[in-house]
Design a binder for this molecule. Structure first.
Ligand code: CP3
Length: 321
């Protein structure tokens, strides 16, 4: 996760050439280059498309920008009436360069390297659309959903359709699998989690597979805790991206018999390196040795992560050290 990015000097060099982060996402030449950088340097088994989950609100007509050091800034949808400003459907023309990036990356990686596409889950994307920026507990979106459940449902429906259509286009352009990031799933009470995370994600999976039979999909409901069991029952994804908080015994006994596991090293263990890194990697490899498993971090790599620690991680996972 976040295998491209600020921890790599070659990324920072390309980033300096683009005006803004979104310009980088929408420049097929530079986005292709940035997607390929970690593959060239580390030889990972899969590449992840360089883009962002917030290109979807952008293609629905909401203004999105990334201010240096502040993260994303959007024109907040603070009242139900603001939803009228959004397009009824996703504007694929605004995303044409993303599809072009996928085609170019696919042509640029060895045939044995998988390419992952992605989108944000409706709940997580809605939290940014409503607040207009990142918050620690997503209180603005939670308040909006309690105060205006019908309007919030309309927004979620719009995002379900937009995301499904976006993922179908990614498959058509050449991705081998997609991941649906629900980074803020963990802030919801169980009932709300089912309504705003599980149900919309299940609808996206059904809509994508209707058009792309057998589409391979990974779900990442970060912070779901024990509600992960409900997610697995109700959302027919092929694999579960586990966050780093998830207990390994629970995941190997309750989740791995039902789904491929992807995860789940604490990005801070990678940041720190040494004993903490080795112990973390070994515990994960041991816990998931008995079933289908993809090694990954439990969330995005941190910008101040030393490259030597990433090299150590790869060598350890591959059994070389
Ligand atoms: O993993 C990859 O290499 C692919 C690229 C990718 C990015 N964002 C690039 C990015 C992916 C898969 C995402 C997903 C994303 N974006 C999520 C879901 C996954 C997660 O990490 O939780 C979310 C919530 C976002 C929204 C977003 N984009 C935020 C909150 C921020 C600011 C965070 C920060 O670290 O500054 C971004 C910016 C962003 N997206 C960066 C990158 C490499 C940093 C931008 C920069 O280079 O300045």
């Amino acid at each position: 996760m976040r295998q491209a990015g600020r921890y790599l000097p070659e990324y920072r060099a390309i980033r300096a050439r683009a005006e803004s982060f979104l310009d980088l996402c929408f420049n097929a030449t530079l986005a292709t280059e940035v997607t390929l950088q970690p593959i060239r340097r580390f030889g990972f088994d899969a590449a992840i498309l360089f883009s962002d989950i917030l290109v979807v609100p952008h293609a629905l007509g909401q203004r999105v920008s990334f201010e240096a050091g502040e993260g994303p800034q959007l024109e907040a949808l603070s009242e139900p009436s603001a939803l009228k400003k959004l397009h009824a459907e996703i504007d694929h023309e605004m995303l044409e360069s993303v599809y072009e990036t996928i085609e170019r990356v696919k042509a640029g990686v060895p045939p044995t390297t998988a390419l992952l596409g992605f989108c944000g889950a409706p709940w997580t994307v809605a939290t940014y659309m409503i607040a207009g920026h990142g918050t620690a507990d997503q209180a603005p979106a939670r308040l909006f959903a309690y105060r205006h459940p019908d309007a919030f449902g309309i927004l979620i429906d719009r995002l379900v359709e937009a995301s499904a259509s976006y993922l179908v286009k990614q498959f058509a352009a050449g991705v081998d699998a997609v991941q649906i990031f629900d980074t803020w799933a963990g802030v919801l009470p169980a009932g709300e989690f089912r309504k705003w995370c599980i149900e919309p994600t299940a609808r996206i999976v059904a809509a994508v597979r209707h058009q792309v039979p057998g589409a391979r999909i990974i779900g990442f409901p970060r912070g779901a805790g024990t509600e992960l069991l409900r997610y697995v029952e109700a959302v027919p994804v092929d694999a579960i991206g586990l966050d780093w908080m998830t207990e390994l015994g629970f995941a190997s006994h309750e989740i791995q018999p039902r789904r491929t596991i992807q995860g789940n090293l604490d990005p801070l263990a990678l940041r720190v390196g040494g004993e903490a890194l080795d112990r973390g990697v070994d515990a994960i490899l041991q816990a998931f040795a008995g079933g289908p498993f993809i090694f990954n971090l439990g969330h995005g790599i941190l910008p101040d992560t030393p490259i030597a620690h990433v090299e150590r991680l790869i060598a350890r996972v591959r059994g070389h050290v």
